[in-house]
Structures are given as C-alpha cells and as structure tokens.
Design a protein around this ligand. Structure first.
Ligand SMILES: *Cc1c(COP(=O)(O)O)cnc(C)c1O
Length: 397
C-alpha cells in the first residue's frame, strides 16, 4: 500500500526526513540502498523500450538516473517546493550545466559582480567565448540591475547573500523586473539553503545549490542540485545526461542522510552565527563585521524580509593588516583553516587565499574585500566554546 502526504501541510524538517521514503525500499530496507549498478536489466523488451522513452518509471543507465540519486533529488524537490529537480557531481556542474543548457549565442545575461569565483569565471570567460553577452552589475545596486534588465535579457543570475561580504539582493524585486522582459531568473541558494530562503516562492524560476556546503554539511561529499519548473529542469537534465556531470550514488546516500538533519543544523548555524557576529562587533580588536543578521549591515532590511534566518557564514576584519590575520588564525582551536563552508565544524580562511585567490589586490579592493578580511563559516559547536576560543585567540594578538 502506498502512503500519501500533502507536503504543503508539513514543515521542512519533516519533509527532509520523510519525503521519498514513506514506504520501505527493496527487501524491506528502511534506509535507501546505495545502488551502484551502472545498468538496469529488463526481461521484457517492450517494457525496456517504454522506460527508455520515459513512458514508464524506471532506470536504464546510471549516467542518466539512479535510484539513490533520485531519492536525493526528490527530497530537494519537496523541500524547495519545486515541480522538478536534477542532481550533479558538484555545485559548479549544476551552475555550468544550467547556464549552457539555457543559453545560446547572442543571448544576454545580467548578473552581479560578487558571484562565486567559479561562476564569475564562467561569466567573464566561458560564456563570452560562446558569444553570450554578460553584464555584471554592482552587487546590491537594485536600480542599476533593473535598468540593465529593462534593456532586455535572456537570463538573470543572482546569488544572495554573497561571498564573502554577505551582500543581500532582493530576489522578489529583481524577479519582477526580469518577468517584464521574459527573462529566466536563476538563484544560487547555497548560502541560505531552503530552510532560510525559498527563491522559487520569491519569483525565481530556478534555485540551485552546491550540495557540498550546507546540504551535505560534513565536508565529505561534493554535489549539486537544480530545482525549478518541469520544463526548465528537463532541458538542464538533458544537458547533464549527455555531458555527464552525474552525482555518484554513494554521494547521493551521504546527502540523503545529511538532509535529515538540515533543519536542525541550519537553526543552530543561524543561532551561532548571530551570537558570534554580535560578540565580534563589540570586541575592541575587531574592525568590521559583515553579517546580514546585524542591524548595521546594509542588507539587513531585505534579509529580514526574504530570509527565515541569516545563515552560518560571516566575515570580519581585525584591526591590523594581513600579518595580523596570519598571526591570529592559527590560534583558533576550533576552526579548520581551509576553503569551503557550511560544515558542522567551523571553517576559517581569508578570501585572499580561498574564494578570491585568482583576483589581484586591486580587484579585491573593487569588490570591497579588504586584504585582512576573514571569512568564518560558523559550525554547530556549542557557541560558548567558540566564543571562548575567540576570546583566547584575540587576547594573544
Ligand atoms: C562552493 C560554492 C559553489 C561551487 O560548488 P562546488 O560544489 O564547489 O562545485 C557555488 N556557489 C557557491 C555560493 C558556493 O559557495
């Protein structure tokens, strides 16, 4: 007997645990088996043909679809409240496949200057090489962006809050401007996750993620996911099916397991980051703190409107220079000095060596990234221990 739930009546934490697994799996397993099989066999040629044509549910070949991968996609579809979803090997695969599936020569993209480093490369290098015109606006300057969109464009690409200074963009406002010219709106929702922000409900057409970050949450799996309308996701899926940036089934299993604690983790990330941001903004050795949850942050008002929580990433500058950063960071016991973000354990690093390493000092300055900026991804540790760790480390510089 198949159970039925109206997911609109269910909260996110419950969706994350139960969607796609109301019934037991093969052999009555209560957890999804990791199906490593590359191919799927059929005794009936007619049935094989129907599955291959998509007329009947089933799998043919794991570059296209796979049962373990499908469960991760189904959970994300339900949590994002989307019609359809499709997964990828990494976040950059999700982003590049989306852009290359939906754009053709002579199309125009409007986006922001502060997008993720890899995305920025696609905008500045790969898309122009394919004769796609890309216009990057000052991040957070809504008037400039609206004016650029009004001139006509195919696709508007947003990321909010941004890396590393947590600038905030009004998704609803920009989506309205895009709708007027018939442009598709894509939002990179990696920093927020659907627990904190639902781009599709704010008017976007596609919400995509690097699942490597908060969705996975344990720094042990790379992945990506795209959620949106059936029509758009079908095009993007088809592109991935052929180009082959498919998620591994073992990764899909890890991500399914991670999603079950997504709401719990994000609530804790939100609480911890806000407490730490408040602590840092009062500390005499700290110069600036960037966190959308602080009332002093320029994007606070919009963030308060469109987000349920302000997320687990903040950044700050110490009074001093880059040498002060080099002296300070190794003194933190409870933070890995490493790239990436969104894990249960705190991660810290300067954008100068991580996300924005490919830029010159001048280019970083233009983006408002001071050389002594530290990005800190606040984990789910006990916040008293993190503050204590900061207290001791700051007292030594
Ligand atoms: C990390 C990240 C990406 C890229 O994801 P990968 O899984 O590393 O390919 C894209 N967007 C944002 C906002 C990210 O933080």
């Amino acid at each position: 007997m198949s159970k039925k739930v109206n997911w609109n009546e269910v909260s996110e934490g419950t969706k994350a645990i139960w969607s796609g697994e109301l019934d037991c799996f093969q052999d009555h397993a209560s957890q999804m088996p990791v199906v490593l099989s590359v191919a799927y066999g059929y005794e009936d040629l007619d049935e094989w043909y129907d599955v291959a044509l998509g007329k009947k549910k089933g799998h043919i070949y794991s570059r296209n679809t796979n049962p373990t991968m499908e469960l991760f996609e189904e959970k994300m579809r339900i949590i994002e409240n989307a019609e359809a979803s499709t997964s990828f090997a990494t976040g950059m695969a999700a982003i590049s496949n989306t852009l290359f599936a939906l754009l053709k020569p002579n199309d125009k993209v409007v986006s922001i200057k502060d997008s993720y480093g890899g995305t920025s490369k696609i905008f500045l290098d790969f898309l122009p090489k394919n004769n796609v015109n890309v216009v990057l606006c000052e991040t957070g300057n809504h008037e400039e962006m609206e004016a650029e969109i009004a001139k006509g464009c195919t696709l508007v690409y947003l990321e909010t809050p941004t890396n590393p200074t947590l600038k905030v963009i009004d998704i609803e406002r920009i989506s309205k401007a895009a709708k007027k010219v018939g442009a598709i709106v894509v939002v990179d929702n990696t920093f927020s996750t659907p627990i904190n922000q639902k781009p599709l409900e704010l008017g976007a057409d596609i919400s995509l993620h690097s699942a490597t970050k908060f969705l996975g949450g344990h720094s042990d799996a790379t992945g990506g996911i795209v959620c949106g309308s059936k029509e758009l996701v079908k095009q993007i899926y088809h592109y991935r099916e052929i180009t082959g940036a498919t998620m591994h089934p073992l990764t899909a299993y890890l991500l399914v397991r991670s999603l079950k604690t997504l709401e719990l983790r994000i609530q804790r990330h939100n609480d911890n980051a806000l407490r730490l941001a408040q602590y840092l903004s009062r500390h005499k050795k700290i110069d600036q703190v960037f966190y959308p949850g602080l009332e002093t942050h320029p994007g606070h008002k919009i963030a308060k409107e469109q987000m349920n929580g302000y997320g687990g990433v903040l950044s700050f500058t110490l009074k001093g220079d880059y040498n002060t950063v080099k002296e300070f960071l190794p003194k933190l016991n409870f933070a890995h000095m490493a790239a990436s973000l969104g894990a249960v354990g705190s991660l810290a690093g300067p954008p100068k060596t991580t996300s924005h390493v490919e830029l010159t000092e001048k280019e970083r300055e233009q983006l408002g990234i001071p050389e002594s900026l530290i990005r800190y991804s606040v984990g789910v540790e006990n916040i008293e221990d993190l503050i204590d760790d900061f207290d001791k480390a700051l007292s030594q510089i």
